[in-house]
Design a protein around this ligand. Sequence first.
Ligand code: ADP
Ligand code: MG
Length: 624
Amino acid sequence: MTNKQVETKEFQTEIRQLLDIVINSLYTDRDIFLRELISNAADATEKLRYCKLTENEIIDPERPLEILIDTDEDAHTLTIADNGIGMTKEELIENLGTIAHSGSKEFIRQLAEVKKGSEGSPDLSLIGQFGVGFYSAFMVAEKVTLYTRSFRPESESWIWTSDGTGSYTLEKGDHENSGTRIVLSLKEDAYNYSKADNIQRIIKQYSSFVPFPIKVNGEKANTVEAIWTKNTSEISEQEYTDFYKYIANAYDEPTYKLHFSSDAPLSIKALLYVPGENYERLGLNRLERGVNLFCKKVLIQEKSEAIVPEWLRFVHGVIDSEELPLNISRETLQDNALVSKLNRVVTARFLKFLEEQAKDNYTKYNEFWNKFKHFLKEGAATDFTHKDALIKLLRYESNMTGEGELISLDAYVERMKEDQKAIYYISGSNREVIESGPYLEIFKDKGIEVLYTYEPIDDYILDNLHEYKDKKVVAAEQDSEDLPDLNVDEQRTLEEEIPQDEMNSVIEWFKETLGTRVTEVRISKRLVDSPAVVLSSYGTHSMQKMMQMMTKDQGSVPPGILELNSKHPVIKGINELHKAKDPFAAAAAEQVLENAQIAAGLIVDPRGMVNRLYNILERAVTQR
Ligand code: ADP
Ligand code: MG
């Protein structure tokens, strides 16, 4: 027997500070310590796997790569063992006694400040993200004993112990296995971590996709493989679907699946799913992000808000990039340049995928569109980075499609008339409303296609687009020079027009009568069957309507331009009344304006209108 010599060593100042905080804080989530220790074990195992490929001299090359966890409820211990690379004495001192990283030091300094201040307990969930995850063991353990031996043949066994109060001990061990075994003697208030089912639960939550078997008391606890790292050809459709159900916690079949890997510009392995159903649409809660971020199969962040844009929250899946540092701060992922780049690259790839799907299978894409369109619209309205790709994915009905038949802006542009000045759209709550309104008349008359927009967000997107493929994008209800006009020779000669001078005078009178409710009154060049139309001088009507609803100022319609059809019997009749100085003309003029506003989908205060309409009715029924 050799005389065992125990060395006692002081922790570096920063680590002492950190341990003081770890031991003496209130915790919001202690479970994370297990994720940290498993992540270290997986790291060490992954490194050994690599060394096995590149080096010959390894102790026990036949030992399986696995992580063994044992619980002992009687002794109140939890043991985490790996067959990874282990540590030499020098490595132990360096890795578990000192901190080199300035980022880690800064993190500890900030923790200490919070601790000193009155703001309550510091957030220890960041611990693993600053390269000091190991010390989270002291959240649950009053004593940590670590047995380790490096995988190199000439290496010695070492035992490291600490109670976390300032120092640790080192002594030679006599175990033969390479790798590391950590025994946690649990604090009294942490005894539940010696219960196997609790440990299994935490493993499912944080470490399911660790690529090595994790066994709890000999029983495998992680069932799911890291299938995203396999080749597409090695995975069956059933496996893909099972994996979707597992990560999305879903029972439906996915609509789409995108599995790709790339090396440039970044090394990425991604497996993304569009679910079968959109639960947000069904009135359930707003979805959380559904993509998990991995680095070499180790979970960095579940439901990561940093890795996909918010409007992609309907997508479930995994993004794995080995370029991420494993101990990247989960809290600062959002500000990490590499993560932002991953986000951009993957999102662009996903949008390209959707575009291909739309080309490949029109019917399936339409089904997808009908369920998930509001996410894509949200993206098109808010995400400048991906706007162009998103615009290509938008779909609309038009006056030239049947109901439910959808076209893209590209398809619209392709079949535009040669002399057509712009891309046109008309808003309305549904097809019938648009087709019975005055705005479509000129387009119907001239055989020009107009997109139908049923939601204010559609108008917002198109209004902000201004141009697409060098064509202006114009709302049919907007005052624009790019709206089509009826040419003189096309104008209908069936009906007599009000003479120009009389028309000028009646227009002046309309202006006086309607006052601030109109910005302008003029002869329309685009009405065929309706007496009048209002054009919006700013924004579209649906935007105005939204403003009205938001301000709850439903009585006052913002002033617009009133255009009159000088061939229409109603306008002609008003002209005659005006010439005869009949006061009834004013009531008729007001009603024309409000009818046009209603046709525009604006909210008109009905109170004044009802009395006026009775007056008009009275006159109509008594004069026959
Ligand atoms: P990080 O994992 O971010 O480096 P940790 O505090 O979790 O920070 O671990 C510190 C270091 O200790 C690791 O980088 C590694 O070198 C070493 N280490 C921890 N656990 C093990 C283990 N199970 N096997 C081998 N080395 C380990
Ligand atoms: Mg770690």
